[in-house]
Every structure is written in C-alpha cells, then in structure tokens.
Design a protein around this ligand. Structure first.
Ligand code: NDP
Length: 292
C-alpha cells in the first residue's frame, strides 16, 4: 500500500483563496489588520515572519511588522503590546517565538489581549480550549491539522490517536482538539515508555517531537493517518519531519509530507484567525472547528 498524501500546500491554497474572496467582498473602510512583533535577529524567525507578512498582503489583509532589538526590555515590550491592544485599527497580534532568554515569554503572551491573540496562546484562550468553549482563535498548527483532516474527510470520532510531543503550542492543544472531536488520545513525551507500542495502536498519529526519524514504519498500524509536524534541518541541509517518510508511506493510509504538509496549513490558519478575530470584534458569529 502507498499512502495518500495529505497535501497541505494545495489545501491551504484553497483556504487562503476563500479568505481572499471573503476579504474582497468586505464592506469596510479598514481591512482586518495583523500586527507581528519580532524581537532580535533569529534567522528562522525572520523567514517565518516575512512569509506570514507576504501571505497576509497577498490575500488582502493589512499587516505591519514591529521590530525590536535583542536587547529590548520586557517593560518596553509590554508597553508596546498594550499600545497594540488599544489600537482599534489592529485586529490581530502575533508575537514571534522564541523570545530572547531575558524576556519572560509567558508574561508577554499574557499581555496580548485575548481578543487579539491570533495564535490562541493566551491562557484565557487555552483555558477555553481545555473547557471545550470555542475561543476566538485556536492555536494555528493544531487547528491546521484538524482542517487538513476535515478537508480529506478523515473521520476522527471514535478513533485512537497518539500524539508525540507535549508542547503548549502543538502537542497539548491537538490532544484537546482531537478529544473534543471524540477521539481517544494518548499524549506521549520523551519519558514515555513503549512509545512504539502506543503509536502502533493508533489510527491517527501526530508526530511533534522535533526528532528526525523518530516514527518508523514498524510502529505504524497499516492504514493509519500520519501527521508529521516536525521540522528538522539535517546536516546535509535537507528539511525533514519526525516521520521516516519513505518507509512509513508504504504502510500508512494517509501521510503529510515535510515540507508541504502541516507548515502551510499553519500559515493559512493564522490568516483565518485574523479574519475570525476581526469578525469577533465586530460582534459577528464564528464558525467553529472544535465540534462538528
Ligand atoms: P518542543 O520542541 O517544545 O518539544 C518537543 C516535545 O517532544 C517535548 O514534549 C518532548 O518531550 C517530546 N520529545 C522529544 N523527544 C522525544 C522522543 N524521543 N520521544 C517522545 N517524545 C519526545 O515541541 P514543539 O511542538 O514546539 O515542536 C516540535 C516540532 O514541531 C519541532 O520540530 C518544530 O520545529 C515543529 N513545529 C512545526 C510547526 C509547523 O508549522 N509545521 C509549528 C510548531 C512546531 P518532553 O516534554 O518530555 O521534553
């Protein structure tokens, strides 16, 4: 068997086209605006932010980049975020992570207004996710995974899922989202014993550990859905996920490539979240992803 590729590039393009279409029909003076805050000169962050800004402009969102040197104080950052919170022309705020070590990231993420929290990382929005209350914005990577599964009409309800990696931005929120969609989920981490055994029992595998080659074909249930979130740069310069793609694709039913799988879905969700926050601020009702 060779797995069907879950094409995040193509799926995200369709989603972005739909957002662009919606934006073109909006009867508003000011377009929804995304403000990105970038601290320091981390090359990967520079690339990610530039890509996000470019796509935002392409689909007709307003965007602006707020840059700060590595030496910025926490106090200055907090003050700036408060300005953005109070700026009625800014609908969505993105703080590019990671922040420099001297900055307390949790404090910064808590400073962003929950109503403008485009990444869904504010404790209030993550708390809503925990409680099963649709927040104004869901974390982009997990939300993108759910969108991708939905786009390919892959059933979630009643399925067994294994999530590998327990970060606050991917592992924990996707565990909650799959649970709200009535999957039975096991959340694994670096101290999990018998990882292969747990993964082998799963109908849906989400690999988000940042470990190239961690998920091998022997640990995949034939026909399983394999979602590879990992982004790892090999010494050769090649970009790979956490899944041994070549062998796993011969056993899985569906698989996401790296690149071209979860990555583009994450960016599409960021744009969709910007529009969601804009609509929410205007008192419009939101279409949910948590439940069907
Ligand atoms: P983190 O890098 O913060 O944490 C990694 C997680 O994986 C931890 O929970 C860790 O366990 C677990 N882990 C590490 N090694 C193993 C192992 N051998 N077996 C089982 N679990 C293990 O997670 P992120 O979610 O931030 O990132 C994960 C990967 O996803 C990275 O490659 C990152 O680049 C990528 N990513 C991709 C995105 C996209 O858009 N495609 C978006 C975000 C991230 P423990 O908690 O015990 O340390």
């Amino acid at each position: 068997m060779t797995a069907q590729i879950l094409d995040g590039k193509e799926t995200s393009k369709k989603l972005l086209d739909a957002v662009a279409e919606e934006l073109s029909t909006l009867q508003v003076v000011n377009r929804p605006k995304l403000a990105a805050v970038l601290v320091g000169e981390n090359p990967a962050s520079e690339i990610y932010v530039a890509r996000k800004m470019k796509i935002a402009e392409q689909i007709g969102l307003d965007s602006e980049l707020h840059r700060f040197p590595e030496t910025v104080s926490q106090h200055e950052l907090v003050e700036h975020l408060e300005l953005l919170n109070n700026d009625t022309l800014v609908n969505a705020i993105l703080v590019q992570l990671p922040l420099p070590k001297a900055i307390h990231s949790e404090t910064i993420l808590e400073t962003v207004s929950p109503q403008k929290d485009v990444d869904g990382f504010h404790p209030m929005n993550l708390g809503k996710l925990l409680l099963g209350i649709e927040p104004p914005a869901l974390p982009c990577t997990p939300a993108g995974i759910i969108q991708l599964l939905d786009a390919y009409k892959i059933p979630i309800e009643g399925k067994r899922a294994a999530v590998v990696g327990r970060s606050n931005i991917v592992g924990k929120p996707i565990t909650l989202m799959l649970t709200h969609r009535n999957a039975t989920v096991t959340l694994c981490h670096s101290l999990t014993q018998n990882l292969d055994e747990i993964v082998l029992s799963a109908d849906i595998v989400v690999a988000a550990a940042g470990q190239p080659g961690l998920i091998r074909a022997e640990a995949i249930k034939p026909g399983a859905v394999v979602i590879d979130v990992g982004i790892n740069r090999l010494p050769t310069g090649k970009l790979v996920g956490d899944v041994d793609f070549e062998s796993v694709k011969e056993r899985a039913g569906y698989i996401t490539p790296v690149p071209g799988g979860v990555g583009p879905m994450t960016i599409a969700m960021l744009m969709m979240n910007t529009v969601r926050l804009f609509k929410n601020q205007q008192g419009q009702s939101l279409h949910g992803l948590l439940f069907v």
